[in-house]
Design a protein around this ligand. Structure first.
Ligand SMILES: C[S@@+](CC[C@H](N)C(=O)[O-])C[C@H]1O[C@@H](n2cnc3c(N)ncnc32)[C@H](O)[C@@H]1O
Length: 257
C-alpha cells in the first residue's frame, strides 16, 4: 500500500472509530477522568501517527547514535507514538492528567515499571512512573502545569498531537508559555493542529488557526507551517463540521532567550 493510501486509511480509521464511542455535544467534553473511565477515548490510534513518521527528521534534527534526546509528549494519553519515538533511540517524558492513561500504556505494551516521586521547582511532589528498559520512559500522572523543567530535566524536542488542540481557549496561552519554559533554546516542537469553523463543533479538538498559533507561540518560537491538508471528508464522519477542516503540521523552534 502506498503512502497516500496508508495516510487516507489512517485518517478514515481515526475519525470513524471515534464516532463509534463519542456523540456530538453542544458543550466541550473536557471531563478527561470520565472519558478514560468510560472508554470515550476515540482519539487514540493503534498506529503511529503518519505525519510524525514523515517529519520526525525535522523534529529530531541533530540527534545521532551518541546523542539521545529527551522527547517530551505533553497530554500523552497512551499514544503508541511514544513507543515509536523511543525506538528511534530517545528518552520519552510523557505527562497526562489521568493515571489510567499511563497505567494502560505500561500494561498494554508490557513494560516494566516503578513508581516514585520527584519535586518540581515549587517543591511540590510529582508522581513519576519510570517504565521500560533502562527506564526509557518517564511518565507523570499529573496536571501538565505542575511538571516543570525541574521534574522533566532538559527537554530537547516535543511531539504535540491532540495536546494544544485539546485545551480550551483560555488555557492555550498558558500551554504556549509552558512549552517555552520547558524546552531548551534551539529545541523543536512538532504540532498537529486543526482549523475549522468553531461554531460547527464544541470541541475538543478545538480549532486553532494559524494566526492563533502565531500569537501564542511567536514570541518564543520561530514558526514553520510545513503542510496543510484538507481532511473535511474524514472529520464529517465524526462531527457535524461541514465548511472546512484543515489539518496542519507546524514546526516550532525555540528562540534563544
Ligand atoms: C485528545 S487526548 C490526546 C492524547 C494523545 N496525545 C494522543 O494523541 O493519543 C488529550 C489528553 O490530554 C489529557 N489532559 C487533558 N488536560 C490535561 C492537563 N491539564 N494536564 C495533563 N494532561 C491533560 C487527557 O487526559 C487526554 O488523555
Amino acid at each position: 500500500m502506498g503512502f497516500i493510501q496508508r495516510a487516507s486509511r489512517q485518517l478514515a480509521q481515526l475519525f470513524c472509530k471515534e464516532r463509534l464511542v463519542m456523540s456530538s455535544s453542544q458543550k466541550p467534553d473536557l471531563d478527561w477522568e470520565s472519558r478514560w473511565k468510560d472508554g470515550r477515548t476515540g482519539w487514540h490510534r493503534d498506529e503511529v501517527n503518519d505525519r510524525l513518521v514523515q517529519y520526525h527528521g525535522r523534529l529530531l534534527e541533530g540527534a545521532n547514535a551518541e546523542k539521545k534526546l529527551n522527547v517530551f509528549v505533553p497530554l500523552c494519553g497512551k499514544t503508541v507514538d511514544m513507543l515509536w519515538l523511543n525506538e528511534q533511540g530517545h528518552h520519552i517524558s510523557g505527562v497526562d492528567l489521568v493515571r489510567q492513561a499511563l497505567d494502560d500504556f505500561v500494561s498494554e505494551n508490557k513494560l516494566t515499571s516503578t513508581v516514585s516521586s520527584v519535586k518540581n521547582g515549587d517543591g511540590e511532589e510529582v508522581t513519576l512512573i519510570k517504565a521500560g528498559e533502562n527506564d526509557c520512559f518517564s511518565l507523570f500522572p499529573s496536571d501538565l502545569f505542575k511538571v516543570d523543567c525541574t521534574a522533566l530535566g532538559q527537554v530537547d524536542a516535543a511531539w504535540d498531537r491532540g495536546s494544544y488542540v485539546a485545551l480550551s481557549p483560555e488555557i492555550r496561552p498558558r500551554y504556549a508559555e509552558n512549552m517555552a519554559a520547558v524546552i531548551k533554546p534551539g529545541g523543536r516542537v512538532l504540532m498537529e493542529v486543526y482549523d475549522y469553523v468553531q461554531s460547527e463543533h464544541a470541541g475538543p479538538p478545538f480549532s486553532t488557526p494559524n494566526d492563533e498559533i502565531t500569537s501564542a507561540f511567536g514570541k518564543n518560537f520561530t514558526i514553520e507551517i510545513m503542510q496543510t491538508e484538507d481532511a473535511l471528508e474524514y472529520i464529517k464522519l465524526r462531527f457535524p463540521i461541514t465548511t472546512r477542516f484543515d489539518r496542519s503540521m507546524v514546526l516550532l523552534v525555540r528562540k534563544a532567550n
